[in-house]
Design a protein around this ligand. Structure first.
Ligand SMILES: NC(=O)c1ccc[n+]([C@@H]2O[C@H](COP(=O)([O-])OP(=O)(O)OC[C@H]3O[C@@H](n4cnc5c(N)ncnc54)[C@H](OP(=O)(O)O)[C@@H]3O)[C@@H](O)[C@H]2O)c1
Length: 340
């Protein structure tokens, strides 16, 4: 076993987007595992907007304690096991730490199956959280019906880029993505098959939606909130559905109330439903099977933006909150340079 472990230490809760004061990269002791845990060598680290909420306070998990390594979803290889049924060499996924090595407990630990020749990072960026969230959000929460108009914000991101393609595959009449740059909008149309894309940094979203879908938006997949979310809320069709997946634009403000303007939703008899994938894990097998089929058939395109080296995790993480930042699709860190 390598003697050294580097980690991003969560020193203090961030104020706004001041992550430089919150996190510090340094040598750190090798995690000691307790009974019921495995020690893994991290291969990939997922960077997620939700990590910002984990820093702030309780979510679906307790708040991250200060003074130890920052938490994040990882894929890693077991190097030592005190968990029945898990042996060194196996590839697993779970909530680990921003470090070379993580101690993972059995709760929420998943064994990664043989990827059949696909890169291992598809297990993180396509088949697990992002794909499952996009599938459940479009199908179960949005309840999209063939022919309907579907709009997604954060459209060039990890969940959004998959949600738009899933909506298309499920028969949406029109798929419109909202993203933060001309380049991202061009990518959504040319590469991912979206019908239209709106650059919220240079275009008037509310007005463009009125032009593109005068009868209104049937299903809105909400990823960002803020001004973009309210511009879509103002354009909902009667009895439309809003699937609230995330509110990235509002995550760095720990004090302002978070949410959409519900008045236009009320006037249009809309249904707004929030969801967290953790409550829908029983839907993952269907989601993974469909995503695998569509990916094989070329009906889902998956893009990962991979930062090489643990030391670059914070710089990459900060881009999640920068409108128009260049990353497209799933943002992650390749911790082990040899990981495929
Ligand atoms: N409910 C669940 O179970 C679940 C699971 C996974 C993720 N989520 C949520 O889903 C959302 C998307 O996650 P993701 O991993 O796919 O992230 P992502 O979209 O890959 O990355 C975040 C993107 O948000 C956009 N953004 C940042 N600040 C913005 C602002 N002020 N206004 C508008 N857009 C802004 C940026 O894209 P542009 O350059 O286009 O602005 C940025 O690239 C997040 O809110 C996340 O918390 C929820």
């Amino acid at each position: 076993m390598v003697a050294s472990n580097r980690a991003w230490i969560f020193e203090r809760r961030p104020v706004g987007s001041d992550f430089d004061s919150a996190l510090n990269f340094r040598e750190y002791s090798m995690p000691a595992i307790a009974d019921g845990q495995v020690l893994v060598r991290n291969l990939y680290l997922s960077l997620d907007p939700a990590n910002r909420r984990w820093m702030a306070g309780p979510t679906y998990m307790p708040p991250i304690p200060t003074g130890g390594p920052m938490w994040g979803f990882v894929i890693g290889q077991v190097v030592e096991s005190k968990l029945a049924g898990y042996a060194p060499g196996e590839i697993v996924a779970g909530v680990g730490t921003w470090s070379d090595y993580s101690a993972l407990s059995g709760d929420g630990l998943d064994r990664i199956p043989d990827m059949g020749g696909l890169p291992l990072h598809t297990a993180m960026g396509l088949f697990r959280g992002p794909g499952g969230t996009a599938y459940v959000g479009v199908k179960d929460i949005g309840q999209l019906k063939p022919g309907q108009t579907f709009v997604v914000s954060g459209a060039a991101g990890s969940v959004g880029s998959l949600a738009g393609q899933i909506a298309k595959n499920l028969g949406a009449g029109q798929v419109i993505g909202i993203a933060g740059s001309e380049e991202k909008c061009a990518w959504l149309i040319a590469e991912l098959g979206f019908d239209h894309a709106i650059d919220y940094q240079t275009e008037n979203v509310e007005q463009r939606l009125r032009e593109l879908c005068p009868k209104g938006v049937d299903v809105y997949f909400e990823n960002v909130g803020g001004a973009v979310g309210n511009a879509v809320a103002a354009n909902m069709a009667p009895f439309g559905r809003v699937a609230v997946c995330g509110l990235t634009a509002q995550y760095n403000d720990d004090h302002a109330p978070i949410g959409l303007d519900v008045m236009p939703l009320l006037l249009n008899n809309c249904t707004m439903q929030c969801f967290v994938l953790y409550q829908y894990l029983d839907r993952l097998p269907e989601a993974v099977a469909k995503l695998a089929e569509w990916y094989r058939d070329g009906r889902i395109k998956y893009h990962a933006d991979i930062a090489d080296g643990l030391e670059n995790a914070l710089a990459a993480f900060k881009t999640l909150f920068k409108p128009g930042a260049p990353h497209k699709g799933k943002l992650m860190v390749r911790v082990d340079p040899a990981a495929n």
